[in-house]
Design a protein around this ligand. Structure first.
Ligand code: DC
Length: 230
């Protein structure tokens, strides 16, 4: 029988982690988990309950209310991956807006939020055969993952990709606003006290600024096969 492994894909925002993770999961028959979606869903909860806004975060109330935040991925066979449900409601679209992107790093700084989500993530990966993308997967969630990939690309390349994605979905945004969001999140994610975004010592860095999706997939698939000794 094939040996199932755990694959951690970390990196800066909009480096194409989720595209790659989904490709690998589909190819290997593994489960894909988008850990960022969980931080985004908690942020949406905080927004809807008036706990966070651009100049305010009610940490105490958020921490108090955490037991009421139920997160769940429900597999959508048409998409081939799980969609994010917050307290029983599909929030997959709502969590991808620039409004959520602008607040999520602040919510992700709260240690109590991280502890809750990390526990749930570790539970989802218990049986291996999982590809999880995020910021702290190789360092905190699965420090023993058989394969750790750390994705990098220039801020401008990433902003252009995110801008194209958002405008294709019909969101009215400017490239400058997206670039600013990408740079701000890089800064907050890399400098927070709890689980900052850093490359795990045993992670393999991939700069995909000049790689096509196919080239990147082939490269990482080779690493997966090596790690799984297939
Ligand atoms: O991957 P993403 O851009 O959807 O993630 C949204 C935010 O969530 C990101 O700016 C930081 C936070 N995050 C985190 O702190 N740890 C993770 N494992 C995943 C995301």
């Amino acid at each position: 029988m094939d040996k199932k492994i755990t694959i951690a894909i970390d990196g800066f925002s909009s480096t194409g982690k989720s595209t790659l993770a989904k490709q690998i999961a589909a190819h290997m028959g593994y489960v894909y988990v988008d850990s960022g979606a969980m931080y985004r869903a908690v942020t949406l909860y905080a927004m809807e309950n008036g706990l966070v806004s651009p100049d305010h975060l009610d940490r105490e109330a958020l921490i108090r209310n955490l037991p009421d935040v139920k997160l769940e991925f429900r597999f959508n066979p048409e998409l081939g991956f799980g969609e994010m449900f917050l307290n029983g409601i599909n929030v997959e679209k709502k969590i991808r807006t620039l409004e959520v992107s602008n607040l999520v790093s602040r919510v992700a700084e709260v240690s109590e939020v991280r502890a809750k989500l990390v526990e749930q993530q570790q539970h989802m990966g218990e049986n291996k055969g999982v590809v999880m993308d995020g910021r702290d997967i190789g360092t905190v969630v699965f420090p023993n993952a058989e394969l750790k990939v750390f994705m990098v690309a220039s801020a401008e390349t990433r902003a252009q990709r995110r801008f194209d994605e958002l405008t294709q979905k019909g969101e009215e945004v400017t490239y400058d606003a997206v670039l600013e969001n990408v740079q701000k999140r890089d800064h907050i994610d890399s400098n927070r006290d709890d689980s900052p975004l850093i490359q795990a010592i045993d992670a393999i860095a991939i700069d995909n600024s000049h790689l096509s999706k196919e080239e990147q997939f082939e490269l990482v698939l080779g690493l997966v096969k090596e790690a799984a000794q297939l």
